[in-house]
Design a protein. Sequence first.
Length: 313
Amino acid sequence: MKKIYKIKCLIMVAAIITVCLSFQKSNAASLSIKSIKVAVGKKATINLYNNDGEVKWTSSNKKIKIVKKKSDKVTIKGVKEGKSTLIAQIGKKKLKCKVTITKKEIEKYEISYQNVYFEKNRYSEGGRFYAFIEITNTGNVPLYLGNSSFDLEDASGHLIKTEDMINTAPDYIYPGEKGYYYNQFGTSLNMTEEDFNSLLFVPHLKVVKVNGKLSTDYKLYDVTLGTDATFNIPEIVGRIKNNTKKELSHIYLHAFFYDSDGKIIGISGTNISDVAAGDEKSFSISTMYAGIQEGKTIADYKVYARGAYYQFK
């Protein structure tokens, strides 16, 4: 009986020691992260948990700079591309965070082309104006095409008309890619073409760096430009494949139309929904509401099957 009692006591003591060691380990000083990426010129803050002693912050080289330090956190800045190590020394103990310094983020774009024109109403006075603004990402980070507006002003800068129902296609663009702002169905105007031509077109664009996870580009097959037999106008037909492991509930396909000089002359699209993982679905994209100016001929086209991306900021 005494032997069993001694064994139970030993088990209880061992359990208490284990709990104490676990408690001590979980409450030991530690860094909030063990590795991080920081772009040249950008800053990052790393926290130090459970530290009651004096801490000395250092780095293994000059590729990062410690710009602010406290007993419970440090702020570093990327100086030069490469790798470095942030070290927090508490007594004889050293805590390390591996830092990868990436190239400097350049958030830059240019308006590479714009096409603005007036279309007369066939059966009434006035007309509509259409505008296509081409954006080229000239930086090295993906850019988000946010909410924007198109203004018409007179020679003195007085606002005559504004349009804030502006479409974007696609929602974001990678470095080197082109994206577009456009008023898909045109904007009604109670004026003549001569009056319109005397006004100044002023776009107000919101183009910012992408700050979230990007969506998927889906696979396209058998894409051709033909003719819609019903309306005798150009249309694109093709197939899309859901090359993911999840059901594709909805995606909007954008179609871009260009003239022989490679200039944008129209944008259209269509909705695709309910495509199971690995399956294909056929589609057609009409040019009926593409905004193609009368007399313009389609010389080339492109279709994007890029999942929607939303950025709220």
